[in-house]
Design a protein around this ligand. Structure first.
Ligand code: ADP
Ligand code: MG
Ligand code: MG
Ligand code: MG
Length: 391
């Protein structure tokens, strides 16, 4: 079965589709609920009488932001399912299984991960997810190495750069992450109490020069296939499992990009917590980087096709660059989640109000320092130190 035209599915159409596709045993009694957040995509959860489920995610042809609606390419469903398949080639434990994809309908049918919790929600409740840092480090070490020029022949790599050309979703990041928060633009959104802090950012020409350099990296450095939106809302977790979802922003970008977003989202959760409960998040960052470095280095040693791979200092140069970029991208992510269009619940849900404003001021201060001082923040210990030094 292949559809001939796009249409948004209804719950009953989703059930009819999985039945036609034979994704459940015959005679299953199916029920379906749409569980997405409703901004960009539909997410259908379909279960049989034994509560075994599957997920159908469908892209909508428009995005709803600030109450308005603008067209957004359905091609992102192709990007998402191809990225999940690519990631599964080298890190299958960390992504949902894919059962079916249809570019016309812009859908991906995938493993139901409802037994796990979205990491952001769990971290806000104070859960620890002991393997989160280790698993994300391994996922990134493998996916970022094996889709780079260090592992692929140059022709194959250029093919992938083309396949993962994602201009519309990159434009969203270019605008809402790298540009708008650093100017007094209407898309920004923050509490009136933060106006002075926002103005300080808009008037900080040193900061803006460094943001411009990092934006230029995002625009031009096609190092590897990055997830592109690796915040803690794109991670399902439990005590034992970790799965990365939602790679619709995937494209060829800098090795440090996903690491930076992951670090930033852990740091924002840390800011929301009492001091006594912050260390676990800094430990996740330390572990994620250590495991990333170990996996990337192991793969480099065993599987690099690059003639220069054994030249002393080359691997260290690449890893040091990735770390410095990650710290810069983390700083930008923290700033844009505080005064830009899209916020994080970790900061927005802080109570009472005065404590929330203080936490956001601290976030802005930390974000600026990470962007500006990224060259002197050489290790995760330095990063933890910077975090602790921001009042
Ligand atoms: P969006 O791109 O719209 O953010 P996501 O892929 O992040 O879509 O999914 C939105 C929500 O749908 C998730 O936060 C989660 O609650 C649910 N969801 C998505 N994929 C799955 C899955 N494989 N299993 C269970 N729930 C899922
Ligand atoms: Mg969402
Ligand atoms: Mg999402
Ligand atoms: Mg998404």
């Amino acid at each position: 079965y292949r559809s001939s035209a796009y249409e948004p599915l209804t719950e009953s159409a989703a059930v009819a589709l999985v039945t036609r596709l034979g994704l459940f045993e015959e005679k299953s009694v199916l029920s379906c609920r749409e569980i997405g957040d409703g901004n960009l995509n539909l997410v259908f959860h379909i279960v049989n009488q034994n509560q075994n489920g599957i997920i159908i995610k469908q892209a909508l042809p428009y995005a709803k932001v600030i109450g308005e609606s603008w067209p957004l390419t359905l091609d992102r469903a192709r990007i998402e399912s191809s990225a999940l398949l690519k990631q599964a080639e080298v890190a299958s434990a960390y992504v949902p299984k894919i059962y079916y994809t249809d570019e016309t309908l812009a859908i991906t049918a995938m493993e139901d991960l409802s037994h796990l919790q979205i990491a952001r929600a769990g971290l806000i409740e104070g859960r620890e997810f002991p393997l989160l840092g280790r698993h994300i480090g391994e996922f990134l070490g493998k996916t970022l190495f094996y889709n780079s020029d260090f592992a692929l022949n140059p022709q194959a790599k250029k093919q992938l750069v083309k396949q993962f050309s994602n201009p519309d979703l990159c434009k969203i990041t270019e605008d809402f992450v790298f540009t708008d928060p650093f100017f007094d633009y209407d898309s920004n959104s923050f509490e009136e109490e933060l106006r002075q802090d926002a103005e300080n950012i808009w008037n900080d020409s040193h900061l803006k020069l460094e943001v411009a350099k990092l934006k230029h990296k995002f625009l031009t450095e096609a190092e590897t296939l990055v997830h592109g939106d690796l915040h803690t809302g794109s991670i399902f977790a439990s005590e034992t499992e970790t799965k990365v979802i939602d790679p619709e922003f995937a494209y060829y970008g800098p090795i440090g990009f996903d690491l930076g977003h992951f670090f930033a989202n852990l740091l924002m959760n840390a800011i929301s917590r009492d001091e006594a409960n912050q260390q676990v998040l800094l430990d996740h960052i330390e572990t994620a980087w250590a495991v990333f470095e170990e996996e990337f280095s192991k793969a480099w040693k065993n599987d690099s096709l690059e003639a220069f791979a054994k030249v002393d200092g080359y691997l260290s140069f690449i890893l040091e660059k990735a770390f410095e970029d990650a710290i810069g991208f983390a700083g930008i992510e923290i700033i844009r989640r505080t005064i830009g269009l899209a916020h994080v619940a970790d900061l927005d849900s802080i109570e009472p109000y005065e404590r929330k404003i203080e936490a956001k001021q601290r976030a802005l201060d930390l974000g600026s320092k990470l962007v500006k001082n990224r060259q002197s923040i050489k290790t995760t210990a330095d990063l933890a130190e910077s975090f602790k030094q921001v009042p």
